[in-house]
Design a protein around this ligand. Structure first.
Ligand SMILES: Cc1cc2nc3c(=O)[nH]c(=O)nc-3n(C[C@H](O)[C@H](O)[C@H](O)COP(=O)(O)O)c2cc1C
Length: 209
């Protein structure tokens, strides 16, 4: 009997574009037979949902060259605490984002995506990049993850394209494939000292660990 691989997709969205990317990412993860996929808004997702998943796909709208505050809050409430308890070591991670664009500097895509990946790396997660072989990568690949651009040349809202959604779909499928391949394996060395219960309690707030 094949076991189920749990994929958690977390995002936030105000205008709906990041939600579309998240739904495409989730559809890609669902395209594998042995996955169970949970799509959650960042303010709704719980620490327990993150603790029990095998892979986390985290998506954000860009806000002033950085992640949206709701996604940052999600990181503080979940990844940061589970970093202390080592519950995320060896889980698989991937990221996606949406921005309005504006400017050849990429409007902060790499900085924002790397910020999300840094939180995952600190927690010991295995990060899945976005190779340029990915369909749609020519318009929606940053190498770090899938990125949709919702704005036109003058920041007018034009929405994201099917090609961008296609890229998000394949990124979701890639992350899920890696998680399925690693299912049940514990590859990372252990044995370093864990933080004190007092420190864990200080960081963990009211939600039960
Ligand atoms: C206050 C504010 C700051 C923004 N900063 C950026 C930015 O730094 N880079 C960028 O590409 N887009 C930026 N945008 C554009 C949004 O990322 C874009 O509208 C995106 O589609 C929002 O995601 P949503 O459609 O899921 O709500 C900003 C939008 C707002 C309202």
């Amino acid at each position: 009997m094949t076991s189920t691989t749990n994929i958690l997709v977390v995002y936030t969205s105000t205008l709906g574009n990041t939600q579309k990317m998240a739904e495409a990412v989730a559809a890609g993860a669902r395209s594998l037979e042995s996955t169970s996929v949970l799509l959650r808004e960042a303010t709704e997702a719980t620490r327990e949902e993150v603790r029990v998943c095998d892979a986390l796909l985290l998506g954000t709208p860009l806000r002033h060259r950085s992640a949206d505050a709701r996604v940052k809050q999600f990181i503080e409430n979940t990844i940061e605490v589970l970093w202390l308890t080592d519950d995320l070591v060896g889980k698989v991670g991937g990221v996606f984002s949406v921005g309005g664009g504006y400017g050849n500097a990429g409007a902060g895509v790499e900085i924002a995506q790397l910020g999300l990946l840094a939180a995952m790396a600190a927690a010991g997660m295995l990060l899945v990049p976005l190779p340029k072989t990915t369909p749609g990568a020519g318009v929606a690949g940053s190498h770090w993850g899938a990125h949709g651009r919702s704005g036109g040349p003058n920041m007018e809202p034009v929405g994201i394209t099917n090609e961008m959604l296609q890229c998000a779909y394949h990124h979701g499928a890639n992350v899920a494939r890696v998680a399925v391949a690693l299912q049940g394996k514990d590859l990372m060395a252990r044995g370093n000292q864990v933080p004190s219960q007092a420190l864990i309690a200080l960081f963990s707030g009211s939600e039960q660990l």
